[in-house]
Design a protein around this ligand. Structure first.
Ligand SMILES: [Zn+2]
Length: 449
């Protein structure tokens, strides 16, 4: 039996800690175990990490419950497998950045076969195991339908990312002025914008207002409807509005228009994810002109500072090392960064290190699956560009290999989940150290100097 010493906690003369017995983690209880499922092993009551026991223990120790983060600099860690939170904690625990440990979208849950409750519970047990008593959040990412809220609310998620992008009109460039006018048909709305006296150099014209209204009007209405639903069902939560998964970059005026309309409609958002210029692809650095990004970002930050009270959110934010300094500097840390599958890549790296034969089989399978699995992702890797390597670890610094390995996670887990998890569980120290190294690199630029 291995006891995770940092997990030790007591309440009402009862001691609790997490231990590992035969590669399975248990909650150990010495004292009263009323309401917990489990059995005795010698003197100790061992409780399996079930949903029922999770629910019981989070009522005893308040730090096991996620909370809204509001305006602090924050960082979202996705964890598709449910084993990465300890590594995330070791990277973030001595910083002033607020973490979101549970962060999954409906789509990701479909691919990994996990429920919102499992996602929260997996993060929570590792918060317990690591002895982390700080604030942490849980993000129901890219919620598109009202029906999707319920299981996340029930599970205790505290951060909701509403994605109204299905209601964004991406054809706005194709309409004539008279068509735009006929769609909007509200001169007083246009005049309201034309008469604004604001120091933002947005060069507001009738055409810009019309285009913004046609492009985002329905999306804003939908975001309002979705946020009302949340307000009726939850008293405290962080709300993000994301329009990052749209075809065209969000202009600074459109950003201004979106946040102003959201405020007018009493949508209580704390972060907004615009679609930035350049390309944010999975698992690789920023693709685009850094100077252009910098000047685009400056304008967005001016809008954010003028309106105030929210952060800029960077989606698909993992591995964007060439823009982190710029983001941190320009946005004065009013930033939320989301990373998704990069912890999964670090898990694959563990397999590449300790079980080469298994990794070779997975890698071969990924190449077969790539063309099918990449369809719903924003990636540009080509199978013909995959490098020949002597050591599989080299693949993890290669653009094409990273993306091929990244987007095939659902298929890989479908086929290899048990074997995959076993290798990971027997090599948790290595996994944690890979995660710590990888995320320390991400976090350093955002730590206030
Ligand atoms: Zn996104």
């Amino acid at each position: 039996m291995i006891i995770f010493k940092k997990s030790k906690a007591s309440h009402n003369k009862t001691n609790y800690y997490i231990s590992l017995i035969n590669y399975t983690r248990y909650l150990c209880i010495v004292g009263s175990h009323d309401g917990f499922d489990g059995k005795y092993l010698d003197e100790v009551f061992i409780a399996p990490l079930t949903a029922k026991n999770a629910n019981k223990v989070r009522k005893i120790f308040p730090w096991l419950n996620p909370k809204p983060l509001s305006m602090n600099t924050s960082f979202g860690f996705g964890d598709r497998l449910g084993y990465a939170t300890c590594g995330h904690i070791s990277a973030i625990e001595k910083t002033s950045i607020y973490p979101v440990f549970a962060q999954q979208s409906v789509r990701e849950n479909q691919r990994t076969g996990r429920t919102p409750q499992q996602v929260i519970d997996d993060a929570m047990w590792q918060v317990f195991q690591s002895g982390y008593h700080g604030v942490w959040g849980a993000d129901a990412d890219h919620i598109k339908e009202k029906e999707d809220f319920a299981p996340f609310i029930k599970a205790g998620f505290t951060f909701y990312t509403i994605d109204p992008s299905d209601y964004v009109n991406n054809f706005v460039n194709q309409y004539s002025i008279s068509e735009l006018i006929s769609f909007v048909n509200d001169q007083s709305f246009i005049n309201e914008y034309l008469s604004l006296d604001i120091p933002l150099d947005l060069d507001i014209t009738e055409k810009k207002v019309l285009m913004a209204k046609v492009k985002y009007g329905k999306a804003i209405e939908y975001a309002k409807e979705m946020s009302l639903y949340l307000q009726q069902n939850l008293s405290h939560f962080d709300l993000e509005i994301s329009v990052d998964e749209t075809a065209l970059a969000t202009t600074p005026f459109e950003h201004f228009f979106i946040v102003r309309e959201l405020r007018k409609n009493n949508v209580p958002f704390v972060s907004v994810a615009p679609r930035f210029v350049g390309s944010f692809e999975k698992g690789v650095d920023y693709i685009g002109d850094l100077k252009e990004f910098s000047s685009h970002l400056k304008k967005h930050v001016r809008v954010m500072d003028y309106i105030g009270g929210y952060k800029l959110s960077i989606h698909t934010g993992s591995d964007k090392f060439s823009i982190y300094d710029e983001l941190s500097l320009r946005a004065n840390n009013k930033i939320h960064v989301k990373t998704a599958g990069t912890s999964y890549l670090e898990a694959l790296k563990v397999i590449a290190k300790v079980d080469k034969e298994f990794f070779a089989e997975i890698y071969d399978f990924c190449q077969k699956q790539y063309m099918t699995d990449k369809v719903t992702y924003h990636v540009s890797a080509q199978l013909s560009k995959l490098p020949k390597v002597d050591d599989y670890i080299e693949l993890f610094s290669n653009f094409d290999a990273r993306q091929v390995l990244h987007v095939t996670f659902g298929s890989v887990l479908d086929k290899y989940k048990d074997r995959f998890n076993k290798v990971l569980l027997t090599n948790m120290d290595l996994y944690n150290s890979y995660l710590k190294e990888h995320f320390t690199k991400h976090l350093l630029p955002f730590i206030k100097k």
